[in-house]
Design a protein around this ligand. Structure first.
Ligand code: CP3
Length: 356
């Protein structure tokens, strides 16, 4: 739960003392750090223009373009951290899945897991260099970012990846994934083990390449009740967090996790992500002062008039009450039609309203 990170050799003083990394370590800051999930994406005209020339997968696999996309978004918004431009599903390709991002439909996996035998055929990520284009992007981003802006690496959590691997795409109720989990706990465990080990190696390779922190996205874990989380997910999450390089802070993110927060905290992470369905102050009291919290503005509030954005920003900062360890963010990613000027205004408001 608590890590005592020693400075990495590549971490300069300016990075080490950045607002974002200070907040990850629950140290006092001059203003609350803010970054936004999906800060590089379709709501930006420059991104849409780039995407009219290359597919999403081509963009992810081109380190030069992925680096430019990451750096551009961080600069335009004035945020306190950059996040690697990539996707949580990329790791599925070297594991043997046939991944496609189809127009309108979102991600599709053409050869999903349907029975225990499909799990036995999976290749664990022995050689991390299969995702070498990601580490190359990390190196380019680190070279191109200002010296006081940390880079966040990321990966999907095993449960969320397993949902995609079994469902073959997005899902409303995760019927196939959860049925698999309940029906064949042994095969579920084997699948989760492959995903956990692969993800740990992948994240550590991102850190070696130059990421200063990592976020684990368990976006769909809120579909489970506490007992199922404890049985089918938590042991794997404990192993995952224990295997990640102890020198970097870890953000543990999920949505709809109001009933799982203590279990997620016990699984690992220095900072716990909260979505807008919960009260930040009450959740932080539940979690205790040994972890930071990230969140938790509703992404849809960014469509509202600036006065409403300001009101909700002040409310969240008021709930955090200058406790060390708050990182301002949305409760989930920026939506495609969000007005860019509202996003920039939000970043300015967080800094202005929280200046100590
Ligand atoms: O946050 C960032 O700016 C970094 C980049 C990033 C992307 N995806 C880029 C992306 C990150 C961190 C992700 C994580 C991700 N990907 C998650 C976890 C976060 C979450 O939203 O819960 C999930 C579940 C995915 C899977 C995924 N990728 C879906 C369901 C989709 C389709 C839906 C959509 O928004 O289009 C994607 C595609 C995707 N990933 C896009 C981007 C910018 C849009 C692709 C495009 O240009 O059309």
């Amino acid at each position: 739960m608590t890590t005592d990170p020693a400075p990495q050799p590549t971490t300069t003083d300016a990075l080490w003392n950045s607002r974002f990394l200070r907040a990850c370590r629950r140290e006092p800051v001059d203003a609350t750090p803010v970054w936004l999930m999906r800060q590089a994406g379709r709501y930006m005209a420059e991104y849409r223009s780039l995407r009219s020339k290359v597919s999403f997968l081509e963009l992810c696999k081109n380190p030069e373009l992925a680096a430019e996309t990451t750096i551009f978004a961080a600069e335009v918004l004035g945020v306190d951290a950059a996040i690697l431009f990539a996707d949580i599903l990329l790791i599925l390709e070297p594991l043997g899945f046939d991944l496609e991002f189809s127009k309108g439909e979102g991600p599709v996996i053409h050869n999903p897991v349907r029975e225990a035998g499909d799990v036995a055929g999976l290749r664990p990520l022995e050689d991390v260099s299969a995702l070498g284009y990601v580490y190359e992007a990390v190196r380019k981003i680190r070279d191109g970012l200002p010296g006081n802006i940390p880079l966040i690496g990321f990966a999907g959590a095993p449960f969320t990846l397993a949902c995609y691997a079994i469902e073959g795409g997005g899902s409303r109720n995760y019927e196939k994934a959860k049925t698999f989990m309940y029906s064949d706990p042994g095969a579920w465990d084997a699948l989760m083990t492959v995903l956990t080990e692969s993800t740990a190696r992948y994240l550590n390779a991102q850190v070696t390449a130059g990421a200063q922190a990592v976020q684990v996205f368990d976006s769909w874990v809120g579909s489970l009740g506490p007992d199922d989380y404890r049985r089918f997910v938590q042991p794997h999450m404990k192993r995952l967090f224990a295997a990640i390089d102890p020198s970097v802070p870890k953000i543990h993110f999920g949505t709809d996790t109001g009933s799982l927060l203590e279990l997620q905290r016990d699984a690992g992470g220095d900072v716990i992500g909260l979505d807008w369905r919960v009260e930040l102050d009450r959740c932080w009291d539940r979690l205790g002062p040994e972890v930071g919290v990230q969140g938790n503005l509703d992404p849809v509030v960014l469509f509202a008039p600036l006065a409403e954005i300001a009101r909700q920003t002040r409310r969240i900062l008021g709930q955090a009450a200058n406790r060390p360890g708050h990182i301002f963010n949305l409760g989930h990613g920026i939506l495609p039609h969000t007005p860019v000027d509202h996003v920039r205004a939000l970043v300015q408001m967080v800094h202005e309203f929280s200046a100590r």
